[in-house]
Design a protein around this ligand. Structure first.
Ligand code: SF4
Length: 381
């Protein structure tokens, strides 16, 4: 049974009623000001709201775990600050170093989050939308269509879940590369960036927003005060091929995309990453690498080559490891820095949308690749 959809943004509560009732949505949708108005905290000492805020964010605690609060208050907060993410499935791979969740939201929609652990730190890949409207040719999420934008709290709560799961490792990096197009949910995505930076203490330089190339969003991002990393899912550097692989290219073709990227780099001084999922015989030829180099060089961009994640039942295949290595060498010869991204969790439906597609009733009909498909290290370090 599905609960009614939550309003898009919580209005700041001035009175006593429980802010989160009646729909289940995230405690992380509340501002500190909202917390102060939460009925459980009305009448409490003034410092309590800050205490709860720090507990939720810096300490990544559930209300029931905030042992510095009176027991009765913990109980009330547990009622009034329910989790928005209900774990519907989880998969692990790479000896436990890769963990992928399928979360069910209050309205029955599902999203995915991936946690990738490294020796001294961890990276989390978060979703910004339930489903996606971009329709990239080889993406399982795109195949499922668009559901809705996530709220800021639903995005932040994914990171908090990862922080809890990765202990004692610190989550140092967050990549907005999961389900959905972050710049199509701009305001909430940016609010999540600000929250992660200010309340969880994650450096803006360790936050990466990925896009298929929404030019107005890139231009807007360039004006923001926090210097986050930008990763563009390119996958083709001629309009004819990119029109097919990434339909948004018909609206914002390569020339406009290159101009917006150049403006971003000039304005922020941040290095740009270009994501390129290598598809055998489609975009992995020497001519494709030459076109990619011509696009990347003037932007001073770093290229992440991503072997396509295997998905049963789809004709296109990822390039062979040998071809991937050659492609990287060709780019280096052409004066472009390139890295081969590790395909973390290839055996656990790691490509964006695959786990959700399986949960919907069967394997994705098309391979999830694109920017969000492969879980690997954050693109820009
Ligand atoms: S690759 Fe990303 S932008 Fe494209 S359809 Fe999939 S989730 Fe959407």
């Amino acid at each position: 049974m599905k609960a009614p959809a939550a309003p898009a943004v919580l209005a700041p509560a001035r009175a006593a009623p429980a802010v989160l009732a009646p729909a289940r949505r995230s405690a992380y949708d509340l501002t500190l000001e909202d917390l102060r108005s939460l009925s459980a905290l009305v009448g409490q000492p003034a410092y309590r709201a800050r205490q709860v805020w720090d507990g939720l964010h810096r300490r990544a605690l559930r209300p029931s775990e905030m042992t510095d609060l009176p027991l009765a208050l913990r109980a009330r907060l547990t009622e009034e600050l329910p989790a928005a993410l209900r774990e519907a499935a989880r998969r692990t791979a790479d000896g436990g170093d890769t963990l992928k969740w399928l979360w069910e939201l209050h309205d029955g929609r599902t999203i995915e989050t991936v946690l990738m652990a490294y020796p001294a730190r961890a990276t989390v890949c978060v979703s910004t939308q339930a489903g996606c409207a971009m329709g990239c040719a080889f993406c399982a999420t795109g195949q499922g269509g668009f559901g809705r934008n996530l709220t800021t709290g639903e995005i932040v709560e994914q990171v908090v879940a990862a922080v809890r799961a990765s202990r004692p490792r610190r989550v140092s990096n967050v990549v907005f590369m999961g389900m959905g197009e972050p710049l199509a949910n701009y305001d909430r995505t940016w609010a999540a960036v600000r929250r992660l930076h200010a309340a969880l203490g994650i450096s803006a330089r360790r936050l990466t927003i990925s896009t298929v190339g929404l030019v107005p969003g890139i231009r807007r991002l360039a004006e923001e005060p926090l210097p986050v990393n930008l990763a563009v899912s390119l996958h083709a550097a001629n309009d004819a091929l990119r029109d097919r692989l990434v339909p948004m290219n018909r609206r914002y073709p390569l020339e406009a995309l290159a101009e917006a990227c150049a403006a971003y780099v000039a304005r922020t001084g941040r290095r740009l990453s270009l994501e390129w999922a290598l598809v055998e015989g489609t975009n992995d030829r020497a001519s494709d690498m030459a076109e990619l180099a011509d696009f990347a060089r003037p932007l001073g961009a770093h290229v992440n080559l991503i072997p396509l994640n295997p998905t049963p039942g789809f004709a296109l295949r990822g390039s062979s490891p040998a071809r991937v290595a050659e492609a990287r060498e060709e780019l280096e010869r052409l004066g472009v820095n390139a890295t081969v991204r590790s395909t973390r969790g290839a055996r656990i439906d790691a490509a964006c949308g695959q786990l959700a597609a399986r949960a919907r009733g069967g394997a994705a009909r098309r391979p999830g690749a694109a920017r969000s498909a492969v879980v690997g290290p954050a693109p820009v370090r």
